[in-house]
Design a protein around this ligand. Structure first.
Ligand code: 2HG
Ligand code: ZN
Length: 458
């Protein structure tokens, strides 16, 4: 039976956020109800769209008083089911908190509302003569709040670190409805617990992030992108190490394999990059203040294992090479909603994992097809599995156990969400999980904030 929101609560939410921003009809809520992959589809009790942190606070306080669970949602680009109302929660969409203030060109910082897209943050940083250190394929839709909630990584972690490394402070509404804010932006500030660091990666379970003060990074406008082909994944991983060590300005080091590239070309109609396909590829971006071409060419020439290479300097050709990599997510989705298992491996076993995992998967389910790509320098593999039922977790189990057995993490940059909560114990001890629960109890005593993600059911 579909639950409906009691009329007095509808009125209360309308008073707080305005009538147009309380959505109750399935059609109006449709784009908030299903995740990007189509795998996770919920039936929200309502979608409430506050415009500022005071409204967020009033909505959360009301939900706490009425015992209603909330799922905070940003751009809805999450890949682990952490931002959709799978258990009939109220979705609190933060997208209207889209603003940037207090840009400090001298200090290289700005303050940004949770609903601002990463593309807009990067554009504002650029206007101030800086750049923002996090970039990801979903930059036009992914929001600052969502990337903080998941501690998103993306394409430049190698150079600038994940989202947590950019944070100088956050403003957030806790499960009590009260707001904590620390947006002064001091680089040195040892005055107690780092609440921003704690909220970052907490997937909306401890607080609803409404704003953040972030550091900016120096711009690096001169860029070279090279696509390198190899005869084995191991050779690609070894080359990634040489590139990283030889080129301090390397910004991204991405990998993908033959099958994924063939699929991207088939789906997009792009011509393959080389006359022949090769088993493994590395996409390298070097970004500097002065032309990095000479240094890049020298290091590329020193790597004997490269079978083929395409180098791009102008923006259009660079974007074309990037499309072979960034096109993977969309191309795989054309085959049906995939299981997405975003794992990190210690670099010494990365190539073994890439070689072995297709066998582990097909051993668990012969219908399953494995697609591998990711961020080579971070040891981060996006294991995408197609051809298995949405609720069939056999393959998920095998992949996550295998990754953890090699000393890896079951979530590199997408979070735990609902998709991986049964496996949290593979990476976190009983004591750690108990500490997580104690923190949740302190910050969200009524247990209303995203109660069905991250922590395993009791
Ligand atoms: C990427 O690196 C994203 O492209 C998405 O993290 C990964 O689709 C995926 O599995
Ligand atoms: Zn990624």
């Amino acid at each position: 039976m579909t639950r409906t929101l009691e009329p007095h609560l509808v009125e209360r939410f309308r008073d707080v956020v305005g009538g147009d921003n309380v959505l109750l009809e399935p059609d109006a809520m449709a784009s908030y109800a299903i995740d990007w992959t189509g795998r996770f589809k919920g039936e929200p009790l309502a979608v409430v769209r506050p415009a500022d942190s005071a409204q967020v606070s009033a909505v959360v306080a009301q939900c706490k008083d009425s015992g209603i669970a909330i799922v905070p949602q940003g751009g809805n680009t999450g890949l682990v089911g952490g931002g959709v109302a799978l258990s009939g929660e109220v979705v609190v969409s933060l997208r209207r908190l889209s603003w940037i203030v207090d840009v400090d060109p001298k200090g290289g910082q700005l303050t940004v509302g949770a609903g601002t897209s990463i593309a807009d943050v990067r554009a504002a940083a650029s206007l101030a003569g800086w750049d923002y250190g996090v970039d990801l394929g979903s930059r036009d839709s992914a929001t600052m709040g969502g990337t903080i909630a998941t501690n998103a990584g993306g394409l430049q972690v190698l150079r600038h670190g994940p989202t947590r490394a950019q944070l100088l402070g956050v403003e957030a509404v806790l499960g009590t409805g009260s707001t904590v804010a620390h947006l002064g932006g001091l680089l040195k500030d040892n005055t107690g617990y780092d609440l921003g660091g704690l909220l970052c990666g907490s997937e909306g379970t401890l607080g609803v992030v409404t704003a953040a003060r972030v550091r900016l990074v120096p711009p690096a406008p001169e860029r070279v992108v090279a696509l390198l082909a190899f005869s084995t994944a191991g050779a690609a991983v070894d080359a990634a190490l040489l590139l990283r060590r030889g080129l301090p300005d390397v910004q991204a080091l991405e990998f993908f394999l033959e099958a994924g590239l063939a699929l991207v070309c088939e789906v997009t109609g792009m011509r393959p990059p080389f006359a022949e396909f090769h088993p493994a590829y590395l996409l390298v971006e070097v970004a500097a203040q002065h032309d990095p071409m000479v240094a890049t060419s020298e290091v590329l020439e020193s790597i004997d294992s490269v079978s083929d290479v395409a180098v791009a300097v102008d923006a259009q050709r660079r974007a074309q090479l990037w499309r072979y990599r960034e096109g993977h997510t969309e191309a795989i989705n054309t085959l049906g909603a995939p299981h997405k298992l975003d794992v990190t491996l210690p670099l010494p076993v990365l190539a073994d994992f890439i070689d072995e995992i297709p066998r582990v998967v097909s051993g668990a389910d012969e219908r399953a097809r494995t697609w591998l790509f990711g961020h080579a320098a971070d040891g981060n593999v996006h294991v995408n599995i197609t051809g298995v039922g949405s609720d069939d977790m056999t393959v998920d189990d095998r992949v996550l156990v295998f990754a953890a057995g090699l000393g890896g993490s079951i979530s590199a940059e997408h979070g735990i969400g609902v998709a991986k909560r049964p496996w949290l114990h593979l990476n976190r001890s009983v004591t750690e999980i108990a500490t997580f629960r104690a923190l949740k109890k302190a910050l969200d005593p009524a247990g209303i904030l995203n109660p069905h993600v991250l922590l395993p059911p009791l």
